[in-house]
Design a protein around this ligand. Structure first.
Ligand SMILES: C[S@@+](CC[C@H](N)C(=O)[O-])C[C@H]1O[C@@H](n2cnc3c(N)ncnc32)[C@H](O)[C@@H]1O
Length: 226
């Protein structure tokens, strides 16, 4: 059973049993006080009191010998790394997603996103490892001000989980990771604190489910045998 829960992930995860999920794919606040041109903000982006408790819970609920992929803010890497290591995670890889546009410019034009691959125990190696530099498509941020492209998330889920596995995203925003899990034939548990993003994600998941049940307009439709 998949679900997308409205709430504070630290509290929500406390009710989960230990060693319950197969993979964590998450995109926590980058701790930069984000605000977009339309004035949209995200919870937890100014202070980091949630970071260590959340990492502790993520480690507890992840199955032994499993992976977490976490995006992070490159200028706050010390805080993220400290929290992951304190929770027990081992660093086993790093991903760079290359953009063909700059999300911001300062000393350089910022054209990449990054994520660490973190292990609990000793996860099995995939048969065909992905490269650690991957493509990134601009989403338009229609559902969420920092929306991640499903096309970048789905290959990670397919590489690091088996069909039917449970993917957890405790900072799910508009549920991009849940959409990726759904399309990949995995189960998901998404958690989001802000009602507007939870609503956007809920509607998005319902729409993806409907489109998966309906054949595409140009699919051949065979009449039933007489
Ligand atoms: C970087 S955004 C994730 C965006 C998401 N990847 C998407 O594509 O829509 C991080 C999200 O975590 C949420 N958040 C912050 N603190 C939280 C908490 N304690 N529990 C659950 N969600 C939280 C924020 O409101 C924000 O929507």
């Amino acid at each position: 059973m998949s679900r997308f829960v409205l709430g504070n992930c630290v509290n929500v995860m406390t009710d989960f049993p230990a060693n319950a999920v197969d993979f964590i794919l998450t995109d926590p606040p980058y701790l930069v006080g984000f605000r977009d041109r339309q004035g949209r903000e995200i919870a937890g982006d100014k202070t980091d009191e949630w970071l260590r408790p959340a990492c502790g819970e993520m480690y507890r609920v992840l199955k032994k010998d499993s992976l977490m992929v976490s995006f992070y803010g490159w200028n706050r890497v010390d805080r993220f790394m400290g929290a992951w290591k304190a929770a027990g995670f081992k660093v086993v890889g790093h991903l760079v997603f290359t953009k063909n546009y700059s999300s911001k410019s300062a000393y350089v034009g910022y054209r990449h996103e990054c994520a660490y691959i973190l292990a609990k125990g000793r996860p099995r190696l995939p048969m065909h490892p992905l490269p650690d530099v991957l493509d990134w498509k601009y989403t338009g941020n229609r559902h969420h001000p920092t929306e991640k492209p499903v096309s970048s998330l789905q290959p990670l889920i397919e590489s690091f989980t088996a069909p039917g596995g449970i993917v957890l995203d405790p900072f799910a925003g508009s549920a991009s990771s849940c959409v990726a899990a759904l399309q990949a034939g995995r189960r998901y548990i998404g958690i989001e604190l802000m009602p507007e993003y939870h609503r956007a994600g809920t509607e998005r998941l319902a729409s993806v489910r409907r489109s998966m049940q309906r054949p595409a307009a140009n699919d051949p439709v065979y009449p039933e045998a007489a």
